[in-house]
Design a protein around this ligand. Sequence first.
Ligand SMILES: C[S@@+](CC[C@H](N)C(=O)[O-])C[C@H]1O[C@@H](n2cnc3c(N)ncnc32)[C@H](O)[C@@H]1O
Ligand code: SF4
Ligand code: SF4
Length: 281
Amino acid sequence: MDYTPKSGRAEWHLTYKCNLSCGNCNRLSQFKPTTDDMTIDDAKSFIKQCHDIGWMPNEISLIGGEPTLHKDFDEFVELALGFVNGDKGDVVSVWSNMYGKIPNEAFKRWNEVKDDSCHGMELFWGSEPKRKHLKWHGATVKDKSVNFLKGMTISPKDMGLDICPPDREGNDFGHDFKGCYQHSAYGCGISVDSVGYSICAMGGAIDGMLELGVRTKDLSKLFDKEFALKQTCDLCDNCGFQYERRTNQINWELQDNIKVVNHTHMSPTWYNALIKRKETK
Ligand SMILES: C[S@@+](CC[C@H](N)C(=O)[O-])C[C@H]1O[C@@H](n2cnc3c(N)ncnc32)[C@H](O)[C@@H]1O
Ligand code: SF4
Ligand code: SF4
């Protein structure tokens, strides 16, 4: 199985800061950020490397955290719009929670100019504007039917599961690709942030909290099959995002080890990492 990126998408995490604090947020923005904001130079370096290796994403997502909170938000939009190829139908998408003044003013600004200045490119603003974000709150782990199963912060290893490599016999995620839709080999974009690049859209958030050291500043490495498989395993071994599809394999007795912090379910690997950060920073 080839785990190199195929989705043609890249997700720029301008900031992991957020004006909301949703339980089980898949970028961990309900906690203090573990990764600094991106700089314009980070984005320029990404674009240069794309040109160097001949990889032209067909979608750049400006995401977070809440991307509109970044002081240079407009400049990132301009850079991204200047990079994607509108003639081919490539897009820049902004993922905003649309809560409060700053996100709404940013939306208004770009909604007004987008037809005039985007030269055939489309600027998408989130998938469900004005959506409520508290939907991840309040799940309980005491009932197997309910949803801690979207929580990345339940490490498979802590639940008695050994899932890597994902494409080995017996691992079935319910679709042709023997992995997870958040993976850039299948659906979502590669993660781009100030520390580097990862193969899964949530990779930067996972790497930041667990201090795995898997992010690379060398974009070409994601397209190396061995590197892509190794980074996939390092991340997926620690991420519970695909539990939904594998409830029959979970050792439910181990759910008693799960703690809830900021409405977020954490298995020991994650809880210990959070406590360590609180103790040391
Ligand atoms: C991480 S947010 C970042 C951008 C912005 N703050 C927002 O919420 O739209 C991007 C998307 O991920 C979704 N999301 C967050 N946590 C999730 C989870 N645990 N499972 C599935 N989707 C999640 C959000 O609803 C949102 O559509
Ligand atoms: S608004 Fe988005 S980034 Fe912020 S905590 Fe909620 S899901 Fe996470
Ligand atoms: S299971 Fe793996 S590919 Fe899916 S979100 Fe988690 S780290 Fe990413």
